[in-house]
Design a binder for this molecule. Structure first.
Ligand code: HAM
Length: 414
């Protein structure tokens, strides 16, 4: 369970505040539910056979021997709170929440035992318009944070009835190919056969590729809903990939499921996941309301934002001004202002607090600058400036002071 230190939290807070503004602009309102719920709630919603419930929950008995669990996700708690507080009675709701979740997973980069989600849920909307809106909202989050290396994957899991039929077709198929299944998948065959489609075992990829697809067994209602969503996304120019193997790790989904994934974060590639869960509120004793939601993993998003911004910065030329001696220092600061006036896209760092040429070049190196500009007594006297291309190696050149701006323009290609 990582501790977030002040330097990291500055980045977190700026990401969080951008997301909150967007949520509000789509008319979502905040809800805060407890970190702890009855274990039974998660068993009934997420599903007893899922990895999350069967292997990953932090569960304990309270002083009256009631089993409680730290929340592994937010949807179950929001649904419970909505039912208890009459939020679904004759009204629609758009609710967001943000906070820590707990899963006893094998920790690795991008996967932690305490992690944070921004979670959003919309209740009471039947048509695919809200599915599209959720995609638009999340895609606006990526855009406003400068993240572009992210793709949308979509699938439809159909209604509960259609899925039951598909499930039995799938069980029959995998039973016929039982020799090709690994041990994990054989266990899943009885309890959660659709998760076999999710297996990352390369030895099983052929048998999974050839498995019957949910799309071919969808009921008409789900087909129409999915088509409606795709048409809306097309209308907005949102790119997507239909992934018939996308089944998600939680049991409550119906119809639309989606994930935003990236190639930048290694194995933990899913930054956001969600979908519809139309039957869940009723199943927990509430009204029969339509529901859809998704959650963004903040650890992964913050990391991705940082990688994307670094890349952007890499696109910006960086100059370090080396200046040795009082006169050189004063002049370097003046010239730097001129350069900043002319080259707005440039990152320019002027050496501060003195140091020898050697020390200052070291700093220039460390700052990963493309160009070092050099001023010492000799240059001041001759009204020249030294220039060195740091990344390409090569010798230092000397140019007349009057040619400085032209030379920089040539070097950084503007
Ligand atoms: P989930 O796919 O289990 O969905 O989690 C959503 C996101 O939380 C993941 O895509 C990932 O970014 C992040 N996440 C999950 N586990 C970890 C972990 N151990 N470490 C770091 N990040 C993690 C849900 O939780 C659903 N409740 C989403 C939803 C809302 N569906 C409908 N409404």
């Amino acid at each position: 369970m990582p501790t977030l230190l002040p330097a990291e939290l500055e980045r977190w807070q700026s990401v969080e505040s951008i997301i909150k503004k967007i949520l509000s602009s789509y008319s979502f309102k905040e809800i805060r539910t407890p970190l702890v719920e009855r274990t039974e709630l998660f068993q009934r919603t997420i599903g007893e056979q899922t990895d999350v419930v069967s292997k990953e929950m932090y569960s304990f008995l309270d002083r009256k021997d009631q089993s409680l669990s730290l929340r592994p996700e937010a949807t179950a708690g929001v649904v419970r709170a909505g039912i208890e507080n009459g939020l679904f009675y004759n009204q629609t709701q758009k609710l967001w929440s943000m906070g820590p979740m707990y899963r006893y997973e094998r920790p690795q980069k991008g996967r932690y035992r305490q992690f944070h989600q921004v979670n959003m849920e919309a209740f009471g909307f039947e048509g695919p318009g809200i599915d599209a809106e959720m995609v638009l909202l999340t895609s606006r989050v990526w855009r406003n944070l400068g993240v572009d290396s992210i793709q949308l994957e979509l699938n439809s899991l159909g209604t509960a009835e259609a899925r039951k039929i598909y499930r039995s077709i799938l069980v029959e198929y995998f039973n016929d190919h039982i020799d090709s299944l690994d041990e994990d998948s054989r266990l899943r065959l009885e309890k959660n056969p659709m998760r076999i489609l999710d297996s990352k075992n390369p030895e099983m990829s052929d048998v999974i590729q050839a498995a019957p697809k949910m799309n071919d067994h969808l009921d008409q209602e789900s087909k129409d809903h999915f088509t409606g969503l795709l048409e809306r996304l097309d209308g907005h120019g949102i790119e997507y990939v239909i992934n018939p193997r996308l089944v998600r790790g939680l049991d409550y989904y119906t119809k639309t499921v989606f994930e935003w994934t990236t190639n930048e974060l290694g194995a933990q590639a899913t930054v956001c996941g969600g979908g519809r869960y139309d039957g869940l509120v009723k199943q927990l004793g509430g009204q029969d309301v339509f529901a859809i939601g998704c959650a963004i993993g903040l650890e992964r998003l913050v990391e991705l934002v940082e990688l994307s911004n670094k890349k952007d910065q890499n696109g910006q030329p960086k100059i370090y001004f080396v200046a040795v001696g009082d006169k050189a220092e004063a002049k370097s600061s003046k010239l730097a202002e001129l350069i900043r006036d002319q080259f707005e896209d440039c990152i320019l760092e002027v050496n501060q607090d003195g140091g020898s040429f050697k020390q200052q070049f070291k700093r220039a190196d460390r700052s990963e600058s493309d160009i070092a500009l050099i001023l010492g007594d000799e240059e001041i006297q001759n009204e020249t400036i030294g220039i060195k291309l740091m990344k390409e190696g090569g010798d230092q050149e000397t140019i007349p002071e009057g040619k400085l701006l032209d030379t920089i323009a040539e070097r950084i290609g503007t």
